[in-house]
Write a protein that binds this ligand. Structure first.
Ligand SMILES: [Zn+2]
Length: 469
């Protein structure tokens, strides 16, 4: 297997630290709102990477954090008049719902920054002891970038260029830095903010330190793969390398994987352009399987453009696969026992070569676009060779193969059961009743249940309207 490694800027052969095992860390979201579709891309991409390793027989230890202490969380908490913990807990729960909808497997461990402060204090202290970090007068602890000779090796930036760049930027509150390139490991608390005690000041950690600490705690000092969106290469991942390698004296991660950006209608996604979508919003229009299928239709290192047309195309493509599997299931119900015919044996050989094509695509830096093409060819083969008269052996072989390879993509091939109109009307009536009784939690729950079944509710002046997504 070959993986494009940001560190070496080439496709490197994958050699695990321990045979048969993969230790993988993926930077997770900061939880202050519903996740947007840009956050969804790395979740889907690296979940697929994990699933493919598992398909190949590896045991994967997959760690992905939730950043639950951050300026944005604190700001949102102040706006709502609640504590930061309420905000982060709420959006972690919502994020997990979206992950489930996208069929992203839960990580082996989902550590929270606020529960790992002890480990952070310990690593910061060891960095100070080794001369890689220092405390400024106001209690802030900075990483001394100049002390880490390999700084810049991931982003391929030169420290001198970085310093001359940083020199122009004067940030108030960071006057205590020895050097403009130094970054925060620990910062003093401000009024009303959550804080922890430390030997340097009451305060909270900088963002970068949490991943170094959690990765070491749950995966060890050295890991196979560290991954995230390409926007994390600098400074986040560069800083993680500096912290981890300075603290542990060992190479941190052997392979660094980064997914490219997601654009909307060929423009950068931004709130100000009004082209900002949360996964939850998409789920009101589409089954999230469609979003997942769409995300995997391009190679993860290519920029991906999100548009209504492309989502429709993905929806149709996915439908084609699901219809094929559903037909195979129907034929299987009545198929007679028996081995393959000669023509079916020939088709089986073709199927095997398509499996090889699929694996070759995935072995080549997880080329999901080509792997999906191979699945479509299998669908075509199934559609042209399977019928009511086919042998059970062939029907089962082709169905199991398509299902197994779709599962690696995280695509569930079983069609969702459609709800009857009368059942929907009944649930809507129950929701109206709950609202009348001001039991909004129940009303929301019913709405959620309907959404899971692909039924979207719209509250209009004329009353509640519903449609199938
Ligand atoms: Zn991280």
């Amino acid at each position: 297997m070959k993986i494009f490694n940001t560190l070496t800027r080439r496709k490197d052969e994958f050699v695990p630290l321990e045979p048969g095992k993969v230790k993988m860390y993926v930077c997770g979201p900061t939880v202050y709102n519903y996740i947007h579709i840009g956050n969804a891309r790395p979740m889907i991409v690296f979940d697929t990477v994990r699933r493919y390793f598992e398909y190949k027989g590896y045991e994967v230890n997959y760690v992905s954090n939730f950043t639950d202490v951050d300026d944005k969380i604190i700001k949102k908490a102040i706006e709502e008049g609640v504590d930061a913990d309420t905000i982060s807990k709420r959006y972690i729960a919502e994020c997990k719902k979206d992950m489930e909808g996208m069929n992203v497997k839960p990580a082996t461990t989902h550590p929270l920054a606020t529960e790992e402060i002890c480990g952070m204090l310990e690593m910061i202290q060891s960095l100070i002891d080794k001369g890689y970090a220092y405390k400024a007068e106001d209690g802030t602890v900075y990483f001394r970038v100049k002390a880490f000779k390999e700084y810049g090796k991931l982003s391929h930036k030169n420290l001198d260029d970085l310093q001359s760049g940083f020199r122009e930027i004067k940030v108030t509150g960071e006057e205590g830095k020895e050097d403009s390139a130094d970054f925060v490991l620990w910062k003093p608390k401000k009024d009303g903010e959550p804080f922890w005690e430390s030997p340097w000041c009451n305060g909270r950690p900088g963002w970068h330190i949490e991943c170094s600490v959690m990765s070491r705690k749950y995966l060890g000092e050295q890991i196979d793969i560290h991954a995230g969106g390409e926007d994390l290469i600098f400074p986040h991942h560069e800083n993680e390398i500096a912290q981890s390698e300075a603290a542990n004296g060992k190479t941190f991660a052997n392979y660094w994987m980064h997914n490219a950006f997601l654009n909307i209608d060929n423009k950068k996604m931004s709130k100000s352009l009004g082209n900002f979508f949360t996964v939850r919003e998409i789920s009101e229009k589409y089954d999230l399987q469609v979003l997942r299928f769409f995300m995997l239709s391009a190679h993860y290192r290519s920029p991906l453009n999100f548009s209504a047309e492309l989502m429709e195309a993905s929806k149709n493509g996915l439908e084609r696969i699901l219809n094929c599997v559903s037909r195979l299931n129907d034929f299987l119900k009545t198929a007679a026992d028996g081995g393959m015919t000669e023509a079916e044996t020939a088709a089986k050989a073709e199927l095997d070569s398509l499996v090889a094509k699929y694996e070759a695509a995935m072995d080549d830096d997880f080329n999901t676009a080509d792997a999906i093409s191979a699945i479509f060819e299998m669908v075509k083969l199934a559609n042209s060779t399977a019928s009511e008269g086919s042998s059970q052996a062939w029907l089962k072989t082709v169905k199991d193969t398509i299902e197994k390879l779709c599962d690696v993509m995280g695509i569930i091939t079983e069609k969702k059961e459609e709800m009857l109109d009368s059942e929907i009307e009944e649930m809507i009536a129950a929701r109206q009743q709950a609202r009348k009784e001001k039991n909004f939690a129940l009303a929301d729950e019913i709405r959620g249940k309907l959404l899971e079944k692909g039924i979207v509710l719209e509250d209009t002046r004329e009353g509640v309207k519903w449609r199938r997504a």
